[in-house]
Each structure stands twice: as C-alpha cells, then as structure tokens.
Design a protein around this ligand. Structure first.
Ligand SMILES: [Zn+2]
Length: 321
C-alpha cells in the first residue's frame, strides 16, 4: 500500500513536470493560443507527427496541421483555420479560436454543440430575378441553385423533415431578407446554395462557408472583426454542419476540395439557427459547368447535401463525447 502511494506521487510529479514544461495557454501577439499536445489530451486524442504534419487523432478521425500554417485538415477534408499555428521552442500551439470553433465541435461534439431540435430546414437558393448570379456558357447560377434546392427539399421531406424555400421561383429576394424569412419561418437549420465563378477559368471545386467567429478574420482576408453577430451564438454548430456537408459533397461528387471556410456573408450573420453557404462548383470552368448542367450531377449534389445534414443531425444526438 505504502509503495503504491509512493509510486502514485512519483507518477503525479512526472506528469506535472511534463505538462509544466510547456504552458497550456500562451498569449502570442495579443492572441490566445493553446498547447497542441495538451489540447489533444484534453480531447482524448493521440498526438503525433509524421514528416511536417502534426496529428491529433482519435479512432478513425484525425485533425492535421503544419507549423505556422492555417490550412488544416480533418480526416481528408480541408478546413481553413482562423490563425496559423505557432511554434515556440519545441512546442506547437493552436489559436484558442480554432480550438474552440473547429477542434472542440469535432472531437467534443456533445460538450460544445447545442442539441437543438431539427425538423424544419430552410433552403436558400441564391440570387433570382434580374440578379442572375454567376453565368457560364450554358447555365446561370440562379436557375441551377433553384433546381438543386427543390431536389434537396424533396429528398429531406422523404426523410421526415419539413422544408421551406426562401424563393420558389425566379424572383429576387434581397440578401438581408433571407435571414429574416428564415427566422420568421422558425427554421431549425439554414442552407444557402450558390455556384462559383472566377476570372481564372481553371478554378474548380466545392467550398462550404460558415460564419466567421468574432475576433477572427475571414478566410483569405487579413482584417479581424470583433463584432459578434446573432449567428455567432451557433459557431460550433455552424462549423460541424459545414464540415458534414463539405465531407458528403466530396465523397459523392469526387469534386476538388476547396475546404470549409469562414465568411461574414449577409445571409449567415443574423440567423438564429445554425447555417452555412455552399458553393457547389464553378460555372466559369468549362468541364465543371458541363457537369453542373446535367440533371444527374445536380441530383448527386442534392443527395450529398441532404446526407450532410442528416449526418450532422445524427452527430449532435449520438456523439459520446
Ligand atoms: Zn451566388
């Protein structure tokens, strides 16, 4: 018994020494950062590295990152972090914003997400009327997004959900009205559908946006904004929803992964339910536009979005941690 106590104390001292070798929380250039290894332990993950990549892994899922970079990956889906990781001596740190709005929603879903009711889903086909959105040679965005939105709604209805479209035909709904419509119709979830376009005709792929957390900058922007919008109350849910939709879209379409990203889109700012915006592909790229024009591909996308929503729903209720 005595020996056991001695061993226990020794073990405790050893653990304390290892942890205190690096601080769990540090302030770097005015931002709060958390020790990656300590965060891994806290989330019940293993922590290891391979080449230049560092991994936090649990079961089949893993989060990977590189030193001084903000392009993360979660189980092969790209995720844009708010701030690059930092290396201090031999220790790596991740920004507290990224730990709280990306890692915790993913690895500690039960603890960090709101288990809200999910019955009524608002599907928001972008643009409409004189606002055609992006235009390719064959298709215009406003028409494709409406077609896909109708299919997503039909599929979800068959799965027992109630769906509401922010527009049912070809007319313009102003951006700020879309949040108001969603809130007024008591939606439990909001998904805005768009197509992309770029001057670079080679650009292709799928990206899913969630609202940028307060105190962070949007993806590909430097400006940090400290304003908190109504939609920020659901940061963790927003992220997991974006992640599940992006993952399902990549699995089903085999499209190029442009990642889960952050933006302060007007349609996401004032929602009082979790919401995301999906950019389903580039109409400015010849091959991708050709695919987007086919009913088969539109069906694949619609099914993937529905699957993403259902997976999100399952996760918020079934996660053990
Ligand atoms: Zn658009």
């Amino acid at each position: 018994m005595k020996y056991l106590t001695v061993w226990k104390i020794l073990f405790l001292m050893l653990t304390l020494l290892t942890v205190s070798g690096a601080k769990h929380t540090v302030i770097l250039k005015g931002k709060v950062y958390r020790h990656a290894g300590a965060t891994a332990r806290e989330l019940g993950c293993g922590y290891y590295f391979s080449g230049k990549n560092f991994y936090l892994a649990r079961g089949k899922e893993n989060f990977s990152f590189r030193a001084e970079r903000a392009d993360f990956r979660i189980s092969n889906v790209s995720v844009a972090g708010s701030f690059p990781s930092r290396k201090v001596g031999n220790h790596l740190y991740l920004s507290a914003v990224d730990v709280d709005t990306i890692l915790r929603p993913f690895f500690a879903t039960r603890q960090s997400l709101r288990r809200h009711t999910l019955r009524r889903i608002i599907i928001d086909p972008g643009h409409g009327g004189f606002d055609r959105g992006a235009a390719g040679k064959r298709i215009v965005e406003k028409t494709v997004v409406l077609k896909i939105a109708r299919r997503v709604a039909e599929i979800l209805k068959r799965c027992g959900y109630a769906c509401f479209l922010t527009r049912r035909s070809d007319y313009l709904v102003p951006l700020n009205q879309r949040c108001i419509i969603a809130n007024r119709n008591k939606g439990d979830l909001f998904v805005s559908l768009h197509c992309n376009a770029s001057k670079d005709k080679r650009a292709t792929g799928i990206e899913t946006y969630c609202l940028t957390p307060a105190g962070a900058s949007s993806t590909n922007q430097k400006k940090i904004l400290y304003t908190t919008f109504k939609g920020n109350a659901m940061n963790s849910n927003n992220f997991l929803l974006a992640y599940e939709i992006q993952r399902a879209l990549l699995q089903r379409t085999k499209g190029h992964d442009r990642g889960v990203r952050h933006s302060r889109f007007a349609v996401l700012r004032n929602l009082n339910m979790p919401g995301v915006l999906v950019e389903m592909g580039f109409v400015s790229n010849d091959a991708e536009e050709r695919k987007l024009a086919t009913p088969l591909y539109q069906e694949q996308i619609a099914r993937a979005i529905a699957v993403g929503i259902i997976n999100y729903h399952r996760k918020i209720y079934n996660s053990k941690r």
